[in-house]
Design a protein around this ligand. Structure first.
Ligand code: DGY
Length: 329
């Protein structure tokens, strides 16, 4: 039987599925440190990860390893140059999380714009004495301008929801989406600078790459409206968190909603000191149904990539399909 590592706690019934095909080494404790992950991968044919960094050293130490299946759509935890050099397949879990993640983007954006977390903390602290005309004034969503940076599948799902709020949608992306998608979403392409200047609510939905590091920093925040909100449901590192703290503190922008952070699960401690930011612990895709779908898709990818199951040899979501069928190097 081929051997696999499941590097994180996941649904036990998914482990049972994997056990039908593989000898499973299931790690259920805290996140594996890099050296421990490398050690546990050394005798494995495949692995299931969820954001765990896998690079050249781990691959070199695991000569039998042919596939690493990430239970996430983002795969910036994989060093894909190293995967390609070693002929190791990487897989991810796109699409199944689009709608839940888009819902959550709205929830964060609205919570930031309407100061829901901030006012709730105030209420819980027993500070509410009377209704006032100017208590927790926020910014409107209905009829405002939504600026989406990153118009992939999740960005499109997010933009689609804007119709019900009668919003104008502008977007920025590496390249323009097809005209029929622009028409369906009633979305106008804009330069990043134009978007930052015009949008009332900016939402980040782009993948993390070296080029996207600090897509939003001090210079970008300075271009935004003082009434605007910024929401990050993409990846830590796309926003310069220190610059954001400063912009929130000085009210250069009105509010922010963050689900992801530079260096998470640790976060810039200054973020905890500014009231006008809503902070959640990387849960945009966290509904029972979606996380189950992600786990099962990650299992499908692993099973098929290791030549088992009904899709043997044809994993549904290869990141680097060009290595399929090539000998490990
Ligand atoms: C993803 O799928 O990339 C989400 O961020 C969950 O990790």
């Amino acid at each position: 039987m081929q051997k696999i590592l499941v590097a994180r706690p996941i649904f036990p019934d998914v482990i049972e599925r994997l056990k039908q095909y593989f000898d499973v080494d299931w790690h259920q404790g805290e996140v594996l440190p890099a050296d421990e992950l490398t050690r546990r991968l050394a005798d494995k044919d495949g692995a299931l990860t969820a954001g765990d960094p896998v690079g050249a050293a781990a691959l070199a130490a695991a000569p039998r390893l042919r596939v690493v299946s990430n239970m996430a759509v983002g795969y910036n935890n994989f060093d894909m140059a190293a995967f390609n050099a070693a002929n190791v397949l990487g897989t991810n879990t796109p699409d199944v999380l689009n709608e839940s993640t888009a819902d959550f983007g709205w929830a964060l954006m609205m919570a930031a714009a309407r100061r829901i977390a901030e006012s709730e903390h105030w209420l819980r602290a027993g500070k509410w004495q009377k209704w006032t005309y100017d208590g927790f004034l926020g910014s409107d969503i209905y009829g405002s301008t939504l600026g989406v940076i990153g118009m992939g599948r999740i960005g499109q799902a997010l933009a689609r929801r804007a119709k019900g709020f009668n919003m104008q949608v502008i977007y920025h992306n590496r390249s323009r989406v097809a005209p029929e998608i622009e028409a369906e979403l009633n979305a106008e392409y804009a330069s990043k600078q134009d978007l930052l200047r015009r949008a009332d609510h900016v939402v980040l939905v782009l993948p993390y790459t070296k080029e996207n590091h600090h897509t939003i920093g001090a210079a970008e925040l300075a271009q935004m409206k003082p009434t605007a909100t910024l929401t990050n449901i993409a990846r830590g590192g796309i926003v310069d968190d220190a610059a954001l703290v400063e912009a929130l503190r000085t009210k250069q922008i009105a509010a922010a909603g963050l689900d992801v952070y530079e260096g998470e699960p640790r976060l810039n401690p200054d973020l905890l000191t500014v009231p006008n930011v809503v902070l959640t612990p990387h849960i945009a895709s966290a509904t029972e149904a979606t996380r189950r779908a992600m786990a099962n898709l990650a299992a499908d990818n692993l099973i098929a990539a290791l030549g088992e199951g009904p899709r043997a040899g044809r994993p549904p979501n290869p990141i680097n399909p060009e290595v399929i069928g090539k000998a490990r190097s």
